[in-house]
Design a binder for this molecule. Structure first.
Ligand SMILES: Cc1cc2nc3c(=O)[nH]c(=O)nc-3n(C[C@H](O)[C@H](O)[C@H](O)COP(=O)(O)OP(=O)(O)OC[C@H]3O[C@@H](n4cnc5c(N)ncnc54)[C@H](O)[C@@H]3O)c2cc1C
Length: 537
């Protein structure tokens, strides 16, 4: 059996990124869609990558669990955004951390923070490194952050265990470095599941989810990890921050709310009690086709406001539906799913489908029901959608290797604002792609829906010019972000702020809140060692 290795520049496992004939086929398809010729280019090999020597080495009292190994420094240089992949594909690792820490306990993390304060080194908490907003990249090029001598990436991979399960309360204490598959495998032994599945599930970690307020697969109700966190333990430069385990509390502002989304600026999250669930025994899925996108949106809104709370309620516009091979006839699609550990789901699905039917939805295939006593087992487009969803990140990497500018951005807005937002964002992105790339395509889907509004998710693909892709990307991203700001929408529903979204986040938040955040940063991290440049200066 051959051992799988992680790609040095792209998403996930190296052998899963399309190459050879598959990449040539993709190049032909993309050339046809974009009306511009694209072709495979050779990627970097690990041996050809040159790193500058570390500007600072590990302080003596933490050296036993730190390394300056080149492979580790390369692997911890970037997250997995489009720009990260482009730079890595070019073999540019000038922003590599000086060293990598691999602690095995809270005590080692506390010692590392003390050592960083003493040595003037910036500390970047590192989970799975799947950030798409520059969250783990503290250097700007070769320069360490202002006032710092160097950077350490603190990788939590050794803290990956489920430590305790409280069956009565259906909660589990889990270490922050556990990836999705690691924690799910351990919870499965108790017949439980966290059921938090971001698209990056395979490599991202509980600590990363908490630090970025990640969004999982539940399209309604438990959309963000926030809803699953019962209490958190974080090691800060000023001591241990641990909240009480409580199902709810009205005692002032919540300490957990300050940790959720703190993106490593206050401390290192080392473990959390999270709400877990019995594994579902019944599942129902259906794909409803609409001739008009607006009718699919109206159906999603009606379902989001119906109190049915489907686990899946994703609207795909006609381009998304085609790109994901869910339909080829130009319809928009509403992918619906329900799941339960307690009861069969026919009544819920029947009601959701009758809402769709009232709004012009057509059901090309019977719904798919699974579980005890289920009445049908039809194949449906939900399966095609799930497959495309998991392949998506590998496809983006393949597009990077073809020199295509390809990225996604996401937001949330009220239902009353959505039609105007989609029109303005689409036209701003199309205009920017025309100007920067000569053309391109943009598509939209909903990842989550709330009673008061959707979370729209846009994908753009445009021909790149060799060596100019980052400038082209910047022009499109800026146009998209400005359009979101002009519509009063958020700069991110679940991808976090990091360094990429800072300019728009600074404009989005109320100034007194920014001052309060700076105050909290000064109180918890007076030497400013924790992930400088993220959220506050
Ligand atoms: C292909 C792809 C698909 C994605 N899909 C989704 C999605 O469906 N939903 C979603 O929400 N996001 C998604 N993301 C974004 C990303 O996966 C999330 O932000 C995720 O939560 C990051 O987790 P991580 O463990 O990889 O964190 P990292 O990337 O390592 O870190 C992210 C941020 O959190 C901080 N951090 C990490 N661990 C800790 C810790 N223990 N304590 C304190 N701070 C910490 C880091 O310093 C950094 O600021 C996707 C990204 C990619 C590349």
């Amino acid at each position: 059996m051959t051992e799988r290795t992680r790609s040095v520049w792209g998403w996930g496992w190296a052998n899963e990124i399309p190459s050879g004939d598959a990449l040539a086929d993709l190049a032909a398809q993309v050339s046809a869609v974009l009306g511009a010729q694209v072709a495979p280019r050779p990627g970097p090999t690990r041996d050809a990558i040159r790193l500058a020597p570390p500007s600072v080495g590990p302080p003596a009292d933490v050296a036993s669990f730190c390394t300056t190994d080149a492979g580790e420094r390369i692997a911890h240089t970037y997250g997995k955004s489009y720009c990260d992949q482009v730079r890595a594909f070019r073999g540019d690792f000038t922003g590599a951390p000086d060293f990598v820490a691999l602690p095995r306990s809270d005590e080692e993390i506390a010692a590392l923070i003390r050592a960083c304060e003493g040595a003037g080194v910036a500390l970047v908490p590192y989970g799975g490194g799947t950030s798409v907003v520059g969250g783990v990249e503290a250097r700007s090029g070769a320069e360490p952050p202002r006032g710092k001598r160097g950077v350490v990436a603190c990788d939590l991979r050794h803290l990956d265990r489920v430590l305790e399960v409280d069956l009565a309360s259906r909660a589990a204490r889990i270490q922050a470095g556990a990836t999705g598959p690691r924690l799910e495998a351990q919870l499965a032994a108790h017949d439980l599941s966290m059921r938090h599945y971001p698209q990056s599930f395979e490599f991202s970690t509980l600590g990363g989810w908490i630090a970025t307020r990640a969004g999982g697969h539940f399209a309604t109700l438990y959309t963000h990890v926030d809803d699953l966190v019962e209490s958190v333990r974080m090691i800060t430069p000023r001591g241990v921050w641990e909240s009480r385990r409580l199902p709810a509390s009205g005692a002032g502002p919540s300490p957990d709310r300050l940790v959720l989304g703190s993106e490593g600026i206050f401390g290192v999250v080392t473990e959390a009690w999270v709400r877990v669930q019995a594994r579902p025994r019944w599942r129902a899925g259906a794909s409803v086709h609409f001739g008009r996108f607006d009718d699919a949106v109206a159906a999603a809104r009606a379902i989001a406001q119906s109190g049915l709370y489907p686990s899946n309620c994703r609207v795909l516009d006609e381009r998304e539906a085609m790109m994901n091979r869910v339909t080829v006839d130009g319809s928009s699609v509403l992918v619906l799913g329900f799941e339960s550990a307690d009861h069969p789901l026919e009544p819920w699905m029947d009601r959701a489908l009758s809402i769709c039917e009232d709004l012009g939805g057509k059901l090309p295939k019977e719904p798919d029901y699974r579980g005890e006593g289920a009445k049908s087992r039809a194949d449906d487009a939900g399966a095609a959608w799930r497959k495309a969803f998991l392949r998506g990140p590998y496809l983006q990497s393949a597009l990077v290797s073809l020199g295509v500018v390809a990225d996604t951005f996401e937001t949330a807005c009220t239902w009353s604002a959505f039609a105007d937002l989609r029109a303005r964002v689409t036209s701003a992105v199309e205009a920017a792609m025309k100007e920067a790339c000569g053309g391109g395509v943009v598509s939209c889907r909903f990842t989550h829906v709330y009673p008061d509004g959707p979370a729209p998710y846009f994908t753009f693909v445009a021909p790149g010019r060799d060596g100019a892709e980052l400038e082209q990307w910047r022009a499109i991203k800026t146009a998209a972000s400005e359009a979101l700001a002009a519509c009063g929408a958020t700069i991110t529903h679940h991808h976090a702020v990091g360094r990429v979204h800072r300019p728009w986040y600074d404009r989005e938040r109320p100034e007194p809140f920014a001052a309060a955040l700076r105050g909290a940063k000064a109180a918890l991290d007076p030497a400013g060692v924790m992930n400088p440049g993220v959220l506050v200066d």
